[in-house]
Ligand binder design. Sequence first.
Ligand code: PLP
Length: 406
Amino acid sequence: MTAPARTRTSAGLIRAEEPVLAHNYHPLPVVVARAEGTWVEDVEGRRYLDMLAGYSALNFGHRHPALIEAAHRQLDRLTLTSRAFHNDQLAGFAERLTALTGLDMVLPMNTGAEAVESGIKVARKWAYDVKGVPADRATIVVAAENFHGRTTTIVSFSTDETARTGFGPFTPGFRIVPYNDLAAIEAAIDETTAAVLLEPIQGEAGVIIPDEGYLAGVRALTERAGCLLIADEIQSGLGRTGRTLAVEHDGVVPDVLLLGKALGGGIVPVSAVVARREVLSVLHPGEHGSTFGGNPLAAAVGTAVVELLETGEYQRRAAELGVVLRGGLEQLVGRGVVGFRARGLWAGVDVDPAIGTGREISERLMREGVLVKDTHGSTIRLAPPLTITAEELESALASLEKVLGG
Ligand SMILES: *Cc1c(COP(=O)(O)O)cnc(C)c1O
């Protein structure tokens, strides 16, 4: 066997007659080689403002000095123990994360999808052990247009045909209701319901913000029905919306909180299920686990992330700069933008399809030195690092205005 012929183009893109990388993504044609703060640099030294921030995994920007320092310090001491032994970083991380979120216990995992899977397992176990649902009958109510990850169980309750088709048979036990519809949730809950699982803001769907009172209504319904509320804040959480958690905007405390993305500081994958004691105490030794979950490097970086959030600075920046973002987008409505939804430093912008698809707009913005990602046809999503300056944000908005032909 000889290796397939491969040529490196001037842009650093690897072109192979026989592709060697699974084609499950369609990236913009930019090859990033370095980054710092809000800026990334490609292999030819061109600089771009990062207005996607790794889908919110880079809330603190690229290579935040405090996070890099924490990682370096830990790399020089201890990186992995497995959970067969204790490590000196994990307990402190869990303590700080519970203090930050106002919940009681932490189950550390790695990726977002694993946090969701773990949250589902914990909710089912709670339903059997605490609520008394008959074995294998537990149901979980979820919302249409959700995005919770890519595992076989999670795509079982996706309504996105591209994400599902070809991946069955699917996991049973989920009831899908329209998002932002309290009556539908009420109708779907019965004595088998372990939990309602929701994104407080649906990110992938286009930054869909439910009506005021919806999340509080779901909280009241789940309390009355005696089932759990699981908030998937993997994208919405950790400062993005101007609060530590997006549920805070509605004064809601979930029973189970799913965190990921920014929890790893853009350095390592770190996710967590954070929950009330009554819920996470259903797990006993051997019933769930992860080789890498809670490893000392992840815990050290996660602790440093929590320390940044404890200052309140990033939440404050997201809230204040969110006003700039909203103001800029308002100026563009009717001038290429047909509508937008924004909270904090997070916006879904619907572009006039006559001007271009979301993909085409993203490519034009790339040529202007601004990186964004489209979602669903003509929507682009803006989610810059929370470290962005007002001037940088304004320049990104000016680039958007330019590519929309304004
Ligand atoms: C990204 C995301 C996930 C999945 O996280 P991965 O780390 O990609 O597995 C789950 N839920 C939400 C809301 C997300 O945005």
